[in-house]
Design a protein around this ligand. Structure first.
Ligand code: TXA
Ligand code: MG
Length: 293
């Protein structure tokens, strides 16, 4: 299906992606159409390994170091497009850079290897909605608009990849916090004095309102009103909990599933317990702020 230009939802270790061959205009256009995604918001291209990545983007020494350390895995790098790279123009939305990731999920790895193609794949949800971490979430959101969902079970990390942009002059920026913390990246690149870190809206997909469950969301809620579906964490029990033991990795992997559950609940509003800003807690709070915006 992918070789023929179809749309297939695929499991990755972060969230389910909606994949299409990245080298064909019509296939990529179909992704934007199915998601209702604005055409100015570029897509991540998924590759088998560093060698295939280098055919698509220009890797400097830092990019090679990061790829060796974090690939396959939940790191996406924004790099200059390689001249003549076989990528449809819509993938990069006209930018001179391309976002690349080499995923770790064994099913996704087999798909890329078997297709022998770079695959463009945004999260497999309607634009602006909550990302899917199970095949059921994909079917709910896009079931009637895509060719297939490949069932690889629930996603382990549960939050989208960390996106980093490597700039000229040794500068770099985390564009989207994710499972790989910024501290792990600084450990590889060194904490250069000219390293710039900001979560400003550079990745166009990082618009304030995103990951929206379709109901008002209230944050830092230690207690809930009668009309709120309460998502707990640690000592805040809630109707359901991100992690009763206060484990942030468990909370990350359950976040979207519980937001989907809150969306489907009879209560008209959702309240979420406070989550500490440590490690992946930063990425969790980033998504919660956008869900509440
Ligand atoms: O974990 C993930 O990254 C998942 C799985 C499926 O791989 N994919 C994902 O894709 O989260 P998506 O489309 O939902 O988010 C991609 C983000 C968007 O915020 C987009 O704006 C940004 O990547 N992006 C893509 N290309 C870019 C570029 N050239 N420069 C800056 N940001 C870019
Ligand atoms: Mg997304």
């Amino acid at each position: 299906m992918l070789r023929e230009g179809g749309l297939v939802a695929v499991p990755t270790e972060t969230v389910y992606g909606l994949a299409a061959r990245a080298d064909r205009d019509e296939a990529v256009a179909a992704i934007y159409r199915a998601k209702g995604r604005p055409s100015f918001n570029p897509l991540i291209v998924h590759v088998a390994d560093l060698a295939s990545a280098r055919r698509l983007a220009v890797f400097d020494e830092r990019a090679v170091l990061l790829a060796r350390r974090f690939w396959p895995g939940a790191l996406t790098m924004v790099l200059p497009v390689q001249e003549g790279a076989p990528i449809a123009a819509a993938v990069t939305a006209g930018l001179p850079t391309v976002a690349l990731r080499c995923p770790a999920h064994p099913v996704m790895r087999s798909v890329i290897a078997e297709a022998r193609l770079p695959l463009a794949a945004p999260s497999a949800n309607r634009s602006g909605g909550v990302s899917p971490t199970t095949p059921a979430h994909v079917v709910e959101s896009l079931g009637d608009r895509i060719d297939a969902v490949l069932d690889g079970g629930a996603c382990e990390a549960g939050l989208e990849s960390t996106i980093i942009a490597l700039r000229e002059g040794g500068r770099w920026q985390v564009l989207r916090p994710g499972p790989i913390p910024e501290s792990a990246i600084s450990a590889v690149l060194g904490s250069r004095s000219d390293a710039v870190t900001s979560h400003a809206i550079e990745a166009p997909g990082q618009l304030a309102s995103h990951y929206a469950p379709g109901k008002p969301v209230r944050l830092d809620a230690r207690t809930a009103e009668a009309d709120e579906f309460h998502i707990g964490f640690a000592d805040v029990a809630g109707h359901v909990t991100l992690s009763a033991s206060g484990d942030l990795s468990e909370a990350a992997s359950r976040l979207y599933a519980l937001l989907h559950e809150g969306a489907a609940s009879p209560q008209p509003r959702i309240a979420v317990a406070p989550v500490p800003e440590d490690g992946i807690g930063k990425a969790i709070n980033d998504r919660l702020r956008r869900a509440a915006a």
